[in-house]
Design a protein around this ligand. Structure first.
Ligand code: 1GP
Length: 249
């Protein structure tokens, strides 16, 4: 089943998902990545996201291979730019940075990437990407040269998502940025959830199981956890337990 179909199907059944984000630039020790991959598998993680705002290493293919050699969890590219296309992954979030007004990230990089993607078997998931202010300038905001949505402008976030859905985007990703000081508020997640029907992914600064649960309760279909696991991979156990409990209830 394609990643998008499974997201829709899970959404219809009220089931939530977890994605573990692997930022190639933060992988210094392959053994640690192996540990994280195995932990993800033991804890029924649904997806691996691979990518970052700035990737200075050339280990993307190696990371995808390492995941695929060990587990059957789908690998979804979460590219910061058109250079982060790895044909051996399963799917790619074709991100349009709709919270910003930088044409390069609304259409420019897409034009460059499209013919390269066309020659792969990657499942393309047209995704609205919304950066939300998290209290300090994140790499995503800096590199994208865009202004994130202010964290208390719920209606602005809702209308942005609504417009993205009307433009035909198939999923929405709200992101406070990797390692954000403040995760996205439940009020903002709820406002966006009310505005759209497509699957809603939420990430950035989710570093406790309580934060993950709050995002899911507010309407996220999937939470993405990255930074916090680099410091403490075991954190995944608590978060996965919450998602499991939700999905059972
Ligand atoms: C960042 O949403 C992802 O783009 C995950 O954020 O690394 O803070 O978990 P963290």
């Amino acid at each position: 089943m394609s990643v998008l179909t499974s997201l829709h199907e899970r959404r219809q059944r009220g089931k939530k998902s977890i994605a573990v984000l692997v930022d190639p630039d933060k992988i210094e020790d392959p053994a640690r990545l192996t540990q994280l991959i195995n932990l993800a598998s033991e804890n029924c993680v649904d997806y691996f996201f691979v990518g970052g705002s700035l990737v200075t290493t050339s280990n993307l293919a190696q990371i995808v291979r390492q995941i695929k050699d060990l587990v059957k969890i789908p690998v979804v590219l979460f590219p910061g730019n058109s250079m982060q296309i790895e044909p051996t992954a399963d799917a790619l979030l074709f991100l349009s940075l709709i919270s910003g007004r930088n044409p390069e990230l609304l259409i420019g990089q897409h034009v460059v990437a499209a013919p390269i993607i066309r020659n792969t078997k990657l499942e393309v998931i047209p995704t609205g990407y919304m950066l939300v202010n998290s209290g300090r300038i994140t790499s995503a905001a800096y590199i994208s040269n865009t202004m994130p949505i202010p964290d208390d402008k719920y209606s602005l976030a809702a209308c942005t998502a609504m417009a993205g859905e009307m433009l035909g985007l198939q999923a929405m990703y709200m992101d406070a940025g990797s390692g954000a000081e403040k995760e996205i508020s439940v009020k903002m997640i709820a406002a966006v959830r009310k505005a759209i029907q497509i699957p809603l992914i939420v990430g950035g600064g989710i570093n406790t199981s309580q934060k993950a649960l709050r995002a899911l309760e507010a309407g996220a279909d999937m939470v993405v956890i990255g930074n916090a696991l680099e410091k403490d991979p075991e954190l995944l156990i608590g978060i996965a337990d919450k998602v499991y409990e939700w999905n059972q209830g």
